[in-house]
Design a protein. Structure first.
Length: 364
């Protein structure tokens, strides 16, 4: 069966990013139940036919830990493939650990131990030898097998559609868009600045992002985060003072000093964009903290009853929010509400009891 005629296929990529801003796609591996292929994008004059299949909305793309692969496709087309099925997310409904790696998934579900000898391979080098290609092919051969097994188990338990919203979120192009004006949000130490220092950092981070994109070089190669923060704090007004910033290389001052000083000067009277409003975690009383412990016990019991990972239901922070009266938490939505949320709400309303029976907790 041709790839374009398949209802689904497993897909993985090999790429490099150590010396570039954008990931450099070096290999695309695909597999269906009856065939596997390693496709060399560096040898293709036109990737359009391949991308047309990958972006075909009638074909499900099966990936493991999909975000990095999706970012590559976003760079190539300005959008992302859909629909997708992420086996790392789906594994939670089978009771596997959080963020289980591909090798762990294959070992657990298929009993196959994969060797990661080529995990640090420079995939841009040519030719790739048979061992490298075999390693790359394994990344989709067993992914295809794992997908079919996961599908069967989820279908048997009536959970096949439980993660539809999670998978749709993976195909939201906004997740992968890099907006220079928001680059400061990723700068370590930004939350310790305010006023003119913060507005300066915001201008510097946007400039660095635009430069890194234009040059296709890692943003840290231009200016490290700590250097950006120091410039924003000290706001130098001339080349001599700029040159005294720790970690700022002379070559950078020579190439970009005028731009940096202009950014500092221009940000002086500009009000900064506000820091993200994070909900302050209310300090719980000892009694409330104990109640959250009980809610976590309910989550663990429900997860054990249903052979799923507790984290797919709720984490402690979400349970604290629930205890404090917030209703906009995932465990009160959709299938999570039916499975666990109603029990949690019952406990909080005093309509559910938890007791010990034969050395084990029971919900009544």
């Amino acid at each position: 069966m041709a790839l374009s005629a398949a209802p689904w296929f497993a897909i993985d990529t090999e790429f490099l990013r150590e010396k570039t801003y954008y990931p450099k796609l070096c290999l695309v591996q695909v597999a269906t139940p009856d065939r596997v292929a390693c496709i060399d994008p560096l040898a293709l004059d036109d990737m359009t036919p391949l991308l047309d299949v990958i972006f075909d909305s009638g074909i499900t793309k099966v990936m493991h830990a999909a975000r990095q692969d999706m970012e590559i496709f976003y760079h190539l087309r300005g959008t992302v493939p859909a629909p997708v099925f992420d086996t790392q997310i789906a594994a939670l409904l089978l009771g596997l650990p959080d963020q289980v790696g591909y090798a762990g998934l294959v070992q657990e579900l298929l009993g196959v131990k994969l060797h990661k000898l080529h995990s640090r391979t420079d995939w841009s080098q040519r030719p790739l030898d048979a061992e490298q290609l075999h390693y790359a092919a394994d990344d989709v051969i067993y992914l295809a097998q794992a997908y079919q097994l996961i599908q069967d188990r989820l279908r048997e338990t009536g959970r096949l559609d439980w993660l539809a919203d999670d998978f749709r979120a993976l195909s939201d192009p906004a997740v992968y868009a890099a907006h220079p004006e928001n680059a400061w949000l990723r700068v370590k130490g930004a939350n310790r600045l305010s006023g003119a220092a913060l507005s300066t950092l915001q201008a510097l981070a946007a400039w660095r992002e635009e430069k890194a994109q234009a040059m296709d070089r890692p943003r840290g190669w231009l200016l490290r985060d700590d250097v950006l923060v120091d410039i924003a704090r000290h706001r130098p007004e001339n080349p001599a003072r700029l040159g005294k910033i720790r970690g700022l290389h002379e070559n950078t001052v020579r190439k970009h000093g005028d731009d940096l000083l202009a950014l500092v000067a221009g940000a002086k009277d500009v009000a900064p964009a506000p820091l993200p409003r994070r909900k302050l975690r209310q300090r719980l009383t000892p009694a409330q903290d104990a109640a959250v412990d009980v809610l976590q016990a309910v989550i663990r019991l429900v997860a054990e009853e249903n052979s799923i990972n507790p984290s797919v239901l709720a984490n402690r922070n979400q349970l604290e929010q629930l205890l404090l009266g917030e209703n906009d938490v995932p465990v009160l939505q959709g299938w999570r509400r039916q499975l666990a949320g109603e029990r949690l709400q019952g406990f909080l309303d005093g309509n559910l009891n938890i007791r010990m029976s034969n050395g084990a907790l029971q919900i009544t």
